[in-house]
Design a protein around this ligand. Structure first.
Ligand SMILES: Cc1cc2nc3c(=O)[nH]c(=O)nc-3n(C[C@H](O)[C@H](O)[C@H](O)COP(=O)(O)O)c2cc1C
Length: 419
């Protein structure tokens, strides 16, 4: 049984565009850059617009777009130092890091940022990144065996002195990390997010993670994920929270928003999307029950590579706010969002969508006999956010800002091999 937290306001995060090409594999104009200056400004804009988290992706090799990438942990630290309140979640692969080294790195970043670090544990899908580095590429479900051990080591080293753990992948003996992470009220250690969709991923997340992150899904689909994670969590006596990816297209009219989606898909880089689709679908069969991430994704879904259109945050601000609160009513606690033009669309989201979300959340709470705890709402400064935007509307600026990799077909590589 999922317990719905009606009183706590929804939290909002955005995908850090730390890889080139934006968050859709399309040649449509994207006023989004992967460079640091754009991203530092974006992080400040987001925290002033009501966003509490940013998620930095981890990618070491070009595939399906993203032919240039900034490393996730170092980039996250830079964003933490550029902001005051934003929590930055760095995605990390267990197979690429020793958990003790990562635990120490994150503690240092936590000290430097006064307790604002978090990690997203991702078990990996891009085989070439591992085999190219000469690292073992484990079979699908076995990757989650290692991931669970990895998370236990992280939590142990962050919370205990003289920590020991012996397992199949890691042996930690009587180890103390000093200093420990910053003591933040209500946070026992840096938060542990977990990204994955398969049954093995849901079980591992339920048993070990603080937050379960999913690719975009419709309401019925995400209910299934929540149920799967909750079952595993209940057996372990845990209560993870739930985050869902969604690509936001908020426009004055629904017609305009749908037209933008149509244009994104019409301008998709077809060979790249089809190459990715066949690789990841074939790979989905590698899971024990054949239910991998992307297993039932359509061509249109995969133009946003984390299935972000499926959440359907597409329409007017009112329609999007209603949709968001419908997800809250089934158990979603956080939205992980992405956009065509990150800076200006995040300001618009904070200005046009969030106030309606808060009203609807307050109604929902009252319908369930409680009140929305407005003391927990993040501070916003929309004027400062709007003034900081460095990109300009279409027609008044070059299609791609300085430093951005244009989303041209040549920048989109099709060679991928998953699982
Ligand atoms: C929200 C979210 C974020 C993710 N971020 C990354 C990432 O930054 N790098 C990466 O290699 N994989 C990332 N993944 C992919 C997962 O690690 C995993 O490989 C993927 O979900 C496929 O595994 P599955 O079939 O077990 O779900 C992410 C997944 C989700 C849901």
């Amino acid at each position: 049984m999922t317990t719905i937290d009606y009183a706590t306001p929804l939290k909002f995060a955005y995908w850090v565009p730390n890889v080139s090409g934006g968050l859709v594999v399309s040649t449509i104009e994207q006023r989004t850059s992967w460079d640091y200056d754009y991203n530092a400004t974006l992080a400040r804009i987001a925290e002033d617009s009501g966003f509490e988290y940013a998620l930095t992706q981890t990618r070491y090799a070009a595939s399906y777009g993203a032919d240039k990438q900034h490393e996730a942990t170092s980039f996250s630290l830079a964003l933490l130092l550029a902001t005051q309140r934003l929590k930055v979640i760095a995605a990390v692969h267990p197979g690429m890091w020793h958990p003790g080294v990562l635990a120490k790195f994150i503690i240092t970043a936590d000290q430097l940022s006064h307790g604002r670090t978090a990690v997203n544990i991702v078990s990996g899908w891009l085989k070439d990144e591992f085999t190219g580095f000469g690292l073992p590429w484990l079979e699908h479900d076995e990757r989650y065996v290692r991931t669970e051990e990895f998370i236990r080591v992280l939590r142990g080293l962050w919370t205990e002195q003289g920590y020991s753990q012996s397992g199949k992948y890691y042996d930690i003996t009587d180890f103390t990390l000093n200093p420990p992470p910053v003591a933040v009220p209500g946070r026992p250690h840096p938060e542990i997010f977990f990204g994955g969709n398969s049954t093995a991923a849901q079980r591992a997340a339920g048993r070990t993670a603080d937050w379960y992150f999913s690719n975009g899904r419709d309401l019925e689909g995400f209910k299934e994920n929540i149920a799967g994670v909750t079952r595993a969590a209940a057996e372990a006596g845990r209560h993870p929270r739930f985050g869902l990816n969604g690509f936001v297209i908020a426009r004055d009219s629904e017609r305009e928003a749908r037209e933008t989606l149509r244009e994104i898909v019409a301008k998709a880089h077809r060979p790249a999307v089809e190459g990715f689709a066949s690789a990841v679908k074939e790979a989905g069969q590698a899971t024990q029950d054949g239910k991998g991430m992307w297993e039932d994704s359509t061509f249109e879904d995969l133009v946003q590579y984390n299935d972000g259109f499926r959440t359907q945050l597409i329409g007017t601000p009112e329609q999007i706010a209603e949709r968001i609160v419908a997800y809250k009513a089934i158990g979603v606690n956080l939205f992980l969002t992405c956009y065509l033009h990150f800076q200006e669309e995040i300001v618009a989201f904070g200005r046009d969508v969030l106030p309606i979300v808060r009203e609807l959340e307050a109604d929902l709470a009252r319908q369930h006999g409680t009140e929305l705890d407005t003391d927990l709402l993040p501070a916003v400064d929309l004027d400062r956010a709007a003034a900081a935007v460095t990109t300009t509307p279409a027609g008044t600026a070059p299609a791609t800002p300085a430093g951005a990799a244009p989303a041209t077909p040549t920048s989109i590589l099709t060679e991928v091999s998953a699982r």
